[in-house]
Design a protein. Sequence first.
Length: 417
Amino acid sequence: MFRRLLTLEEAKLVIQKHFEAKPLGVEEIPLLEAFNRVLAEDVVAEIDIPPFNRSTVDGYAVKAEDTFGADENKPVKLKLCGMVCVGEKPKIRVEHGTAAEIMTGAPIPEGADAVVMLEDAERKNGEVYVYVAAARDGNIMKAGADIKKGEVVARKGQLLTAREIGAIAAVGRAKVKVYKVPKVAVLSTGAEVTEPGKPLAPAKIYDINAYSLSAAVQESGGKPVYLGVFPDEAAELEKALKTALASADMVVTSGGVSVGPKDVMPTTLSQLGKPGVVVCGIAIKPGKPTTVAVVDGKPIFALPGHPTSALLIFHLLVRPVIECMAGRMPTKYATVKALASTRMFPARGRKTFVTVKLKEESGKLVAEPVPMGLSGAITTLLRADGFIEIPENQQFVDEGEEVMVHLFKSEKACIKS
Ligand code: AMP
Ligand code: MG
């Protein structure tokens, strides 16, 4: 098959031209299942939170002015007039000269405007000795102090973490509208590739890509649909791809896109439907044979088999598409400046990504390449902290030159020291 290598930017534009990545729709789900989903509505508080003035301590509800002048040597003596428990509407009223025992979280009874902490009072024979003067509203959380009625507690587009989910529960919502999760069919190819968990026959290797890519799909906000490993055989592959298209919103495959005699993925993809293959090779290293097709309005990303290449290309090309379909903002990956530990060359005419490890040498951050020559090695990614990008038209990056390292961590995941 004829291949004209597109630049990475051209490839992205061509994909966008044939496939508009946008949210797939909205569904209402139980709040208990909403973790890591993206909110598709503004959640507005319909009540004040807390809904009533409540005590923030265990102690005695009093009229503040009754305690004025009280100190350790001159306690104020008040008559105990009853008790206010949590979860109950107070049945008593605090009159001048009296105090009601109250629990943390219980409503402030009528007449009281402050709470004296248990530790600042002493109870003797039905009377309460207050040793500290209370300020008006002291130890009281006012209705609406946390969330005001009408306030937006979580916004459309927010990723729901424990904190947002807590805030939504606080206003009494048990269901939320979220964006649908895009389903991404994942399949591997190659006669040598064996599913983990099965015995490994001679000349076989375990499937890394279906697993690493499925995890990457989840990280991007998609739901992976694992379809298995298929041989490099056009008819079987075609059947598998048709099943994949029918069962998912997008397909990600790995292997079989190079120019070897068994690399039947591009021709198989070109026979699946319209518009078919839209990207057949990208001028990047690694990832040159990456092939992308669009069939029946669904994209198929056929990544190279080398596990490190597959994951890097996923990161560059596939992740942003899934994020968009999931209603997420594209993840911003943190960058740091470092000095190149050695001279690095790009592959001729190709934008080159060099995986690097960061080290500190004499107080300076140094980026040392983790060789990708063996780009089949998944451990490259385990050892690397990120990658640097060398443009196709640059001759080389010199030793000691400042480079920008794109970290494999999102900005949010980085703790700034
Ligand atoms: P290919 O792109 O099919 O030519 O594969 C390139 C290299 O990656 C070969 O060494 C394959 O054995 C290896 N490879 C392909 N698919 C996988 C996979 N799913 N898991 C691990 N290694 C793979
Ligand atoms: Mg193969």
